[in-house]
Design a protein around this ligand. Structure first.
Ligand SMILES: [Zn+2]
Length: 220
């Protein structure tokens, strides 16, 4: 891919390097998304290019938990879980998309936290600020999966909307891998709101029946 002529889908591959990390030596592939103006990353374990059924986590940046160690959400735990999962199971991909706060940005997220301190839940706080519940976009994820020649994936998520959005961008989701992480007293309210108000699924990893029902649900 030329660095000077971005492809029609707007996402340009920039470079790949091996990156020694605390949990192992992963490959990281950097991209430039000319539509959103962000730089998404693919964190890869194993020779997954061209395989089917590869575990993929489409993860959205969360500076507050991942950098600052905030306990208000479970994003860092989900990221760590996904990185361990792909390392321990013969390869996979974590796509790291730069859309903080479900896409509303860091400052808006802090403003929403301020309202949550007054008692609003995560959905009502966004609405009080005139912001969408979820502003995330997944065109870049679809483009990167195409770049990696992944025609069919197992998506690591609890979020039915994410499955639906990715399918709308042509991603072939063959199954779902639940992401099971511990809650803490600070994140319980947020996670309860995600289940009650955004349809997140929080059942344990216990077989393929939930996967089939989810796929049937979103392919209607
Ligand atoms: Zn978070």
């Amino acid at each position: 891919m030329s660095k000077h002529n971005p492809p029609p889908h707007g996402v340009e591959f920039v470079a790949e390097t091996a990156l020694p990390m605390q949990r192992g030596k992963y490959r990281v592939r950097a991209y430039r998304d000319h539509i959103s103006g962000t730089e998404p990353l693919a964190i890869v374990w194993g020779d997954i290019e061209g395989r089917t059924g590869v575990p993929v986590r489409v993860h959205d940046e969360c500076l507050t938990s991942e950098v600052l160690g905030s306990l208000k959400c479970d994003c860092k735990d989900q990221l760590d879980h996904a990185l361990d999962y792909i390392r321990d199971r013969d390869g996979g991909v974590v796509l790291y998309l730069r859309q903080e706060g479900r896409g509303i940005g860091l400052a808006n997220k802090i403003a929403a936290y301020a309202l949550q301190q007054e008692g609003l839940d995560t959905v009502d706080a966004n609405r009080a600020l005139g912001l969408p519940d979820d502003a995330r976009r997944y065109h870049a994820a679809a483009a990167i999966l195409t770049d990696l020649h992944l025609d069919g994936i197992q998506l690591m998520t609890n979020n039915p909307r994410k499955i639906e959005r990715l399918q709308a961008h042509g991603v072939n989701i063959q199954g779902r891998i639940p992401v099971v992480v511990e809650t803490n007293p600070h994140s319980e309210g947020y996670i309860e709101a995600k289940v009650a108000r955004m349809g997140h699924m929080m059942e344990a990893e216990d077989g393929d029946a939930p996967q089939r029902s989810i796929i049937a649900l979103v392919s209607k």
